[in-house]
Design a binder for this molecule. Sequence first.
Ligand SMILES: Cc1ncc(COP(=O)(O)O)c(C=O)c1O
Length: 399
Amino acid sequence: MTTATAAAVNVPLLDLKAQYATIRSEIEPVIKEVIESQYFIGGPKIAELECQTAGYCQTKYAIGCANGSDAILLALQALGIGPGDAVVCPTFTFFATAGSVHRLGAQPVFVDVDPATYNICPESTRQAFRCHKNIKAIVPVHLFGQAADLDAMLAIGKEFGIPVVEDAAQAIGTEDPQGRRVGSRGAIGTFSYFPSKNLGGFGDGGIITTNDDALATRMMRLRNHGMEPKYYHDEVGMNSRLDALQAAVLLVKMRHLDAWSAGRQRNAAFYDSAFAAAGAADSGTPLSAGGFQLRYPKAAPKGARHIYNQYTIRVPAAIRDAVRQDLADRKIGTEIYYPVPLHLQKCFAHLHYTRGIFPHAELAALEAIALPIYPDLVPAQLEHVAASVIECVRNRMSR
Ligand SMILES: Cc1ncc(COP(=O)(O)O)c(C=O)c1O
């Protein structure tokens, strides 16, 4: 690509308008249908989405709710988590994972992540059990669309007699090396329909999966003020329902989900080979003094399905923000997921975590940059991003 053409290529981090253009003709009639029905809360669209999602996630039940944060909260509440309890979760994740624990009056117990996958570290999890007495659940996160090591988490859960809740907000359709979908093996799985997810609504939304009859019944009740039958409340729940307009949109989008996730995988493979050809190594190798100072995501294990909700590279902390600015100057959108690990957030200062205790998460927070990966990217955009990242990192390293 010539410099003049490159300058004309605009690559936002995510372009939902491009996606909408491909499905407008399918979406508009179903929205009209819901409007004509005036059936906005509950109803057939919700039932259909729940049924299809349970099938897609390989579970017996799927229960719609207002968002992915409530999904975690409802899951933990249904498991009886409350004041005085502690819940293990990774420190390198979106805030909601721990925020939901806190909102129930329980204490998040943070653990470090694997440096290559950014997913919860089993050894750090075991260490948490040596330091805390009241741990009542583990919430691994399938971060960026890659499956966490659930075998290890389930083994720890079994050893200590506590449930595992899978935060699969970023990972609908993700599979482990045996082809098992995330959200199907823990006691409960939780998903988000936030618009930037691989399956995103036209607003907030979430869904919860389980194979357990009693937990499903309780979560259906809890999302509706704990009400069963109408106007009778044996326990206090919340208003956390998914609405019919979202369900109608999501049902259309579900038809495309696998193709979209495959598009993300293709884009990831393009970046991987461009970065490897430029001399970068994968995230399984730490950045060191020699060689090209860029790391692309380590390949998922054979047989696993990574859906690339995010594509995260690593560059030295000293140049990370400058590289981001250079990319912004070239009209390339990026983001930092996540700049501050949760154990260092001000709102959790009362838990007395100190800097340095979770080195992998802390370093990732300083070095990570997420690149545009959405399936509608065209070759010129992919080439522009890959070439610009390589050039900007080289330029900054040579200063
Ligand atoms: C890992 C993780 N957990 C939970 C959530 C919360 O989902 P929502 O934004 O739908 O409340 C998100 C959403 O960004 C997430 O990425």
